[in-house]
Design a protein around this ligand. Structure first.
Ligand code: FMN
Length: 275
């Protein structure tokens, strides 16, 4: 088979999962392409026999850039696909978002897998959660899933793979699905602090302009965020000069009220014993 894995990844967790899965496919002799969302095109999708789409979870859902990519694909009748996501807390509807958007393009989604990944969300209550994840066990779990998908599709078995998370093909009705529904980009722009640049530190290198996943930063003459900011904090996390700041004094409390371990254990997807 020709297999293409398209992933959105800002801090490398989802990319590592994609790489682990690609190892399995290549080991079985399948031609496998790993494509970052930044470079992906509809042609990458059309040309493959099996498609994998991966993303981090942002605000309990799939981030806007990957959703936009999927929404803009042509119809893909009979194409088979799987989805994967990494999450540092409550995954909410991230897998369903991917599966549902693919299904709207007539894609046959055979399954999905969730893997934990260390969080670099700059809110102090979230930063560093799920340390050292994905670990070897997480990657082995992803590879086990990849093997099941590969065998299922290679054997031309119909329908989804036998073992699947319940929230891949059916929308969840939990607390974090509600949080995801409320957390539109416009809502996040109103409630989460805007990253601001310190002109004394900024060298106008334009790293943020090129790395912003919604292309909403322009130099005027210092980086200024536009209306399409999704509050992913890529600019703040990755700026080579550490020139961005955000004031979390109030918002940290609001974020903590929704994303705390007790709530996530009750309503989210933390297993007993997990952080
Ligand atoms: C802006 C932002 C929002 C996030 N929101 C959530 C969330 O709602 N639920 C969750 O489980 N993880 C959340 N995370 C954690 C990421 O999903 C997790 O760290 C992921 O593995 C990052 O993947 P990447 O390294 O491929 O970018 C968030 C991270 C960031 C930066």
């Amino acid at each position: 088979m020709n297999i293409t894995l398209i992933y959105f990844s800002q801090t490398g967790n989802t990319r590592r999962v994609a790489q682990a899965m690609a190892e399995v496919f290549r080991g079985a002799g399948h031609t496998t392409r790993l494509v970052s969302l930044k470079k992906a095109s509809a042609q990458d999708v059309v040309a493959c026999d099996l498609l994998g789409i991966g993303t981090p979870c942002f605000s309990s859902q799939a981030p806007t850039p990957i959703k936009t990519f999927l929404q803009n694909l042509p119809m893909l009748h009979k194409k088979r696909a799987f989805v994967f996501a990494t999450s540092g807390g409550a995954p909410g509807r991230v897998l369903y978002d991917l599966a549902h958007l693919l299904q709207r393009k007539a894609v046959d989604v055979v399954g999905g897998v969730l893997v934990r990944g260390v969080s670099h969300h700059p809110a102090p209550c979230l930063y560093g959660r799920m340390p050292d994840r994905p670990n070897a066990e997480d990657l082995a779990h992803a590879q086990h899933f990849a093997t099941a998908v590969m065998e299922h599709v290679a054997a031309n078995r119909p329908g989804p793979i036998a073992v699947n998370r319940p929230d891949v093909l059916t929308p969840g009705r939990g607390f974090y699905d509600l949080v995801a529904a409320i957390s539109t980009d416009a809502f996040l722009r109103r409630t989460l602090p805007e990253p601001n640049v310190d002109p004394a530190l900024c060298t106008q290198c334009q790293w943020c302009v090129y790395e912003c996943p919604t292309h909403t930063i322009s130099l005027q003459p210092y980086p200024t965020l536009g209306d399409a900011c999704i509050r992913c904090y890529r600019c703040l996390n990755g700026c080579p000069q550490h020139a961005f700041r955000a004031d979390w004094r109030v918002s940290n409390l609001a974020v903590w009220a929704f994303y705390n371990t007790t709530f996530e254990r009750w309503f989210g997807d933390l297993k007993p014993g997990e952080l």
